[in-house]
Design a protein around this ligand. Structure first.
Ligand code: GDP
Length: 296
């Protein structure tokens, strides 16, 4: 379960406060040292942890926590507030275009879960009454087109493909025309990924971006890769200006470092999380619920 270790450690740290009547500044410092260690062990970005601890500590001293009759609860509330803020405060939704179709471009490294997530997102939006179209722009991985078609069939969502002989830009452009004439109000473009961030990949994505002008560029990253996911997010954001992140494989992530760092490092919100391999295992990301989960 995500945040398992972090939850245990935080609860342990706070339980020591509970036994105390009033707190001293040094009690707060001691507990914050434990919070810091717990966050670092959860693989949260170092600078994010440093800033977080500083803010919480300042608030604890500033808000008369030490004079309070229930100081432990106040400390926990402040940590809860700041964890929520760290993850973006409120849920960030997809922006839909005033003039359909809304174009959503899915980007990310190979294996992050891009194709699966494109399907999942299509299914999610279909349930909300949209008429999505999935577009196969990954022409390099032979199985990618087939994989998207299989996903589309399962979800009963049409898949637009032109094989692997056309350029991704041409496929993307043609898909928009197809969407317009077939009343699709959302177009989800599954782009190619590579094993590492490289110039060729970014250039291709930039070309697609400038030719179809998507409302949303969603970066798909694997939460199990921890700080690598954060670095990948920074690179994609610098190159393309992403609109949000989908954090996949959260079902297998016990630490949660990416979930806690991405927003603070990139200033871009996590919009959805992948919670399993099944096509309905996609959930909107709620920072406040995540924070409550961490604090148990
Ligand atoms: P792509 O190369 O980025 O298109 O990645 P795929 O969509 O092919 O996914 C790679 C693998 O990750 C597949 O085996 C997926 O089933 C799996 N996967 C994707 N999202 C999730 C998730 O949220 N949880 C789990 N457990 N597996 C996932």
């Amino acid at each position: 379960m995500i945040f398992e270790g972090l939850s245990d450690k935080l609860q342990n740290a706070f339980s020591k406060l509970r036994s105390k009547g009033k707190l001293t500044e040094s009690d707060v410092k001691t507990v914050m040292r434990e919070v810091k260690m717990a966050l670092l062990e959860a693989d949260v970005n170092y600078k994010v942890v440093k800033d977080f601890v500083k803010t919480v500590q300042e608030r604890c001293v500033g808000e008369d926590v030490m004079k309070s009759l229930t100081p432990a609860q106040m400390v926990i509330k402040i940590v809860n507030d700041e964890l929520t803020k760290l993850m973006g405060d409120v849920q960030s939704k997809i922006t839909f275009s005033q003039q359909p179709p809304t174009i959503i471009m899915m980007v990310g490294l190979q294996g992050a879960g891009k194709t699966t997530t494109s399907g999942k997102l299509g299914g999610y939006l279909k349930k909300q009454g949209k008429l999505p179209l999935l577009v196969a722009c990954d022409i390099y991985r032979p199985a990618a087109i087939t994989q998207l078609k299989v996903v589309g069939e399962k979800l009963e969502i049409p898949v637009f493909e032109m094989g692997d002989k056309q350029s991704p830009v041409n496929i993307a452009k043609a898909s928009i025309e197809f969407a317009k004439s077939n009343k699709h109000d959302v177009v989800i473009i599954d782009t190619a990924g590579r094993l590492h961030v490289d110039e060729i990949l970014m250039q291709e994505l930039k070309d697609i971006q400038s030719s179809v002008k998507p409302q949303e560029i969603l970066l798909v990253v694997d939460s199990m890769t921890g700080q690598d996911a954060v670095n990948v997010s920074e690179s994609f954001n610098e190159a393309l200006g992403i609109d949000g992140v989908v954090l996949t494989k959260l079902d297998g992530d016990t630490r949660g470092g990416a979930a806690l760092s991405i927003r603070a490092v990139t200033n871009k919100p996590i919009k959805f999380v992948g919670m399993g391999e099944k096509l309905d295992n996609l959930e909107p990301f709620y920072p406040d619920r995540m924070a409550s989960r961490i604090l148990g």
